[in-house]
Design a protein around this ligand. Structure first.
Ligand code: PMP
Length: 380
């Protein structure tokens, strides 16, 4: 029977206890969430600075719903250009290109980079084993040898670089790892890239807005990767993404990135929201300080318990339970105590590392964090 594997795949997912379901959210902000009439403390949001709410709609430069076509036809509007210029100015890049999502930006850019008509084309893409699915998918889609290195392991990366012969090499990492919360050793990776004539691409989805002295993420380390991806759905609290690079690389993507060429340009209202949110984010010094204090407080309280989270100084603080059953049981007990935390299971994370992905935001109070830690102790 046609498509019978669909029934089979669903049955297997259920049997493995890995069935995924959407949750209908009635109301949410960075620190509270209402589901099925119940309000919970929200420790599952990527709205790290609390910017997804309190938008000042009077500041939007456009409230047009649609861009009406792809950017290469008539969809590229002045609001898009303003947003690109603001991003370039803030992050120190020559040029930028907008995408409707970070997933699209990553997959399509990697694919386009490694699609060449050149006869002698040889390329290799080196990816951290914990890279996001969109980076992995993009890396596999192009015409490059796909090489993975152990998470944040510089020696392993070095040996992979030494062993792999290719004219065009690209190391790909995340600035802050989405499921572990740790940061990549960007300065060291950049040195390795330089000494092996490799380019560097960094996905700063969880770093932009929150990491570094000015909250700019990777570029605050003084390193400017050849390709930087920032997404608007996390600290910026809206939606979309940008790829930043040299003018020449962006020109190349304008020619050969099929997602960019064939998709309707980002809605002008969303580009306006992103522009507004970018300005809020750049000025969000107080929320960033509050976030740092909250993270430090959570870590201090956790260190006084027997619990151990994956070492992380960022808003993402994962607590590993091992099996999917254990993590779901802990998640349900937390729900009963009025706390909402994401339970992350394989295949999103490696086998036997199912975890609660606790996210701290600037909107949490010290009491929220104290209550969370005491509840974690009780359910673990
Ligand atoms: N990269 C990373 C590291 C992410 O965590 C995510 C979102 N889960 C994305 C890219 C995709 O971004 P978006 O949500 O804008 O598609």
């Amino acid at each position: 029977m046609s498509f019978s594997y669909i029934t089979q795949a669903l049955a297997t997912r259920r049997a493995e206890g890995l069935f995924r379901q959407r949750v209908l959210v009635e109301h949410a902000c960075a620190s509270r969430i209402t589901i099925a009439g119940e309000q919970y403390l929200n420790f599952a949001s990527n709205d790290y600075l609390g910017l997804a709410t309190k938008l000042d709609a009077t500041q939007l430069v456009s409230i047009e719903a649609g861009s009406r076509s792809s950017a290469l036809v008539t969809g590229y509007l002045s609001v898009h250009q303003q947003l690109e210029r603001q991003l370039c100015g803030a992050l120190g890049y020559e040029a930028a290109l907008l995408f409707p999502s970070g997933f699209a930006a990553n997959t399509s850019t990697l694919k386009a980079l490694f699609t060449s008509g050149e006869k002698q084309f040889s390329a290799a893409v080196f990816q951290d084993k914990l890279n996001h699915a969109s980076l992995i998918d993009g890396g596999l889609a192009g015409n490059a040898k796909f090489v993975r290195f152990n998470h944040n392991d510089l020696n392993h990366l070095r040996s992979r670089l030494e062993k792999t012969k290719a004219n065009n090499k690209l190391i790909v990492t995340e600035g802050v790892f989405s499921m572990d919360g740790d940061t990549a050793p960007i300065v060291e990776i950049s040195k390795l890239a330089q000494s092996h004539s490799s380019w560097l691409m960094v996905d700063d989805a969880h770093a932009f807005g929150v990491i570094g002295e000015n909250g700019l993420g990777t570029v605050d380390t003084g390193i400017r990767p050849e390709i930087l991806v920032v997404t608007f759905g996390k600290a910026m609290g809206c939606q979309g993404a940008a790829v930043l690079a040299s003018r020449q690389v962006i020109e190349y993507l304008v020619q050969f990135n099929r997602e960019f060429v064939y998709t309707t340009a980002l809605s002008p209202i969303m580009a306006s929201v992103a522009l507004h949110q970018l300005n809020r984010l750049l000025l969000a010094t107080e929320p960033r300080d509050k976030l740092s204090r909250n993270i430090a407080y959570f870590k201090k309280l956790i260190s006084a318990t027997k619990l151990s989270t994956i070492p992380s100084d960022t808003a993402i603080q994962p607590l590993v339970f091992g099996t999917s059953e254990n993590v779901i049981a802990a998640q349900n007990k937390l729900k009963q105590k009025g706390i909402w935390v994401g339970a992350i299971r394989p295949p999103t994370v490696p086998q036997n590392t199912a975890r609660l992905r606790i996210t701290i935001t600037a909107e949490h109070s010290t009491q929220d964090i104290e209550y969370l830690v005491s509840a974690l102790v009780e359910v673990s």
